[in-house]
Design a protein around this ligand. Structure first.
Ligand SMILES: NC(=O)C1=CN([C@@H]2O[C@H](COP(=O)(O)OP(=O)(O)OC[C@H]3O[C@@H](n4cnc5c(N)ncnc54)[C@H](O)[C@@H]3O)[C@@H](O)[C@H]2O)C=CC1
Ligand SMILES: O=C1[C@@H](O)[C@H](O)[C@@H](O)[C@H](O)[C@H]1O
Length: 339
């Protein structure tokens, strides 16, 4: 069965996912596209022979759309995800699930009321080969009980619209999700330390930031978020356990020896660094839907948890204090192995 996907938001990542669903993933077809910019929607839709819908509501209602992909701006996600649930259609939502914890909870409640998982959130790192290997090693107990995790999330530059709160909400949110998953543990507090700021930033932006998280089991996580590091898109993750250490591998790149030096290129953006992970993420989503199953990737609950924890990090940045994470109890619907 071919899964017919409607795409809401034909910007940078929306266009990349349209290409992916059309050229890389098996068993999928993009049948409708919409965007606030109607001309952009028409161009992207025409390139793949899809219908350019007037808006998200029309697109979700189309009989030619079996599943919905939301790649619009974060504050619009909740509206589209809730509409997809109301229509009983599976919906893949790029991060964040919603920009407020309240909206995330509305989605969680709507999905529980529907009685079946429909929502998957686009935390693609869970599909990266390196992170998957790291999880296998941790789950197998090969480095003993995890005690500490040292991470870095560096972007070469960010646009002027990027502000200090986005370091947690837009950037660190990937580590927040992947570490909850890696450690099978919950983050219970956040603290943010601000080193000397780089001069290569916009005045309104506090960059870099060091975020310190603690989990329920007492694991300490330090995360450097540095979004104007200039040299590349650099993702580091090292877990220290009681009997060993496991480090995320560097992406495979050719080592060129020339003159008296060896040069290995550093990826320049998330598309390059996580391109293969996005491919796996979408292939697995489509395969599950084609088989009539419920999505198995990051859930609405994971989307809620990530938003609550990144909100705590924002509060920690503003207050300079350690901020406790206040989360609802996890509903049985989302319990490990429940579905
Ligand atoms: N997983 C990842 O690593 C990444 C995820 N993202 C996420 O993807 C989402 C989109 O990001 P970008 O593509 O970079 O933004 P973008 O600004 O390039 O594209 C967003 C598009 O959505 C359209 N749009 C906004 N509201 C809409 C609505 N209500 N209905 C229809 N169209 C609407 C805009 O006109 C624009 O064309 C964001 O939530 C962002 O956080 C973005 C980059 C990487
Ligand atoms: O999701 C992403 C962007 O929105 C964000 O702005 C970047 O910092 C992240 O590295 C990227 O993965």
């Amino acid at each position: 069965m071919t899964v017919r996907v409607g795409v809401i938001g034909a910007g940078m990542i929306g266009q990349d996912h349209v290409r992916r669903l059309t050229e890389v993933v098996h068993g999928a077809e993009v049948t409708a596209v919409t965007d606030l910019d109607a001309e952009r929607a028409a161009t992207v839709a025409a390139a793949v022979g899809a219908w350019a819908a007037a808006d998200g509501a029309e697109l979700i209602g189309l009989s030619e759309v079996d599943a919905v992909l939301v790649t619009s701006w974060g504050p619009t996600h909740a509206e589209h995800v809730l509409a997809a649930i109301a229509a009983g259609k599976p919906v893949f939502c790029e991060k964040p699930l919603a920009t407020t914890a309240e909206d995330c909870l509305r989605i969680v409640e709507a999905e529980i009321a529907y009685g079946r998982r429909l929502v998957q959130v686009g935390f693609m790192r869970r599909y990266d080969a390196g992170y998957r290997e790291l999880k296998r090693v941790l789950d197998a107990g090969e480095i003993g009980t995890p005690l500490m995790v040292h991470c870095a999330h560096r972007n070469p530059t960010v646009p002027e619209s990027y502000h200090s709160e986005m370091a947690a909400q837009d950037t660190a949110v990937h580590e927040i999700d992947v570490l909850r998953w890696l450690l099978s543990d919950e983050i219970v507090s956040a603290q943010v330390i601000t080193p000397r700021p780089t001069a290569k930033r916009f005045e309104h932006l506090r960059d870099p930031q060091i975020m310190l998280f603690e989990t329920a089991a007492g694991v300490r996580i330090d995360l450097e978020v540095f979004v104007n590091c200039q040299y590349g898109y650099d993702i580091q993750c090292e877990t220290v356990g009681e009997t060993g250490l496991a480090r995320l591998p560097e992406p495979a790149r050719l080592a060129v020896r020339s003159g008296d030096a060896t040069r290995v290129a550093v990826p320049q953006d998330w598309k390059e660094r996580f391109g293969a992970a996005f491919d796996v993420e979408f292939q697995e989503w489509i395969d599950t839907l084609a088989a009539g199953g419920e999505p198995t990737g990051p859930s609405s609950w994971d989307g809620y948890a990530a938003t609550v924890i990144s909100d705590a990090a924002v509060e920690a940045l503003k207050s300079g204090r350690v901020v406790g994470v206040t989360m609802k109890d996890r509903p049985a619907f989302y319990a490990e192995g429940a579905r």
